[in-house]
Design a protein around this ligand. Sequence first.
Ligand code: 5GP
Ligand code: ZN
Length: 149
Amino acid sequence: VSECIFCKIVAGELPSSKVYEDDTLLAFMDINPINEGHTLVIPKEHFVEMADMDEQTGMLLFQATLRLQRAIRDSGVPCEAINLFLADGEAAGQEVPHVHMHIFPRFKGDAFRVHYDWVSKQWPGREQLDATAAGIRNALEVQPGGATA
Ligand code: 5GP
Ligand code: ZN
């Protein structure tokens, strides 16, 4: 889509520091890295969210993610651990409406934080967990592919 910044990067209309490219995917450095080595992997096609993306592209995206996380670890940037992050939808923190997987190095003492009120949260009982699981199982079964891929 013409006004999408990631589509512009794919088209070469905006500069990027590329790490990997094939017919389906592009990986490049995030312009505002959480830590050095922060890489984004995107499908070249403009899918706004995961629901728009076909599973073949999704599998290739995760395959590339696995390879890239290994390469980031081996590249010499400070990297004791890795976080993957994919914000799907605005309420999840998605700012660029073109599917993208974040891969970023982590190390003890870095500044990245996930804010959550772990302490005062009321945890669900088994009954609630079972009911929620049943709801998701049912939704899975009525998907076009059913519960299996
Ligand atoms: P989101 O919040 O949507 O999950 O992540 C969007 C990411 O895209 C952010 O980490 C941001 O730094 C990155 N970003 C935004 N604009 C550009 C750009 O023009 N070039 C690159 N390389 N990254 C960008
Ligand atoms: Zn796009």
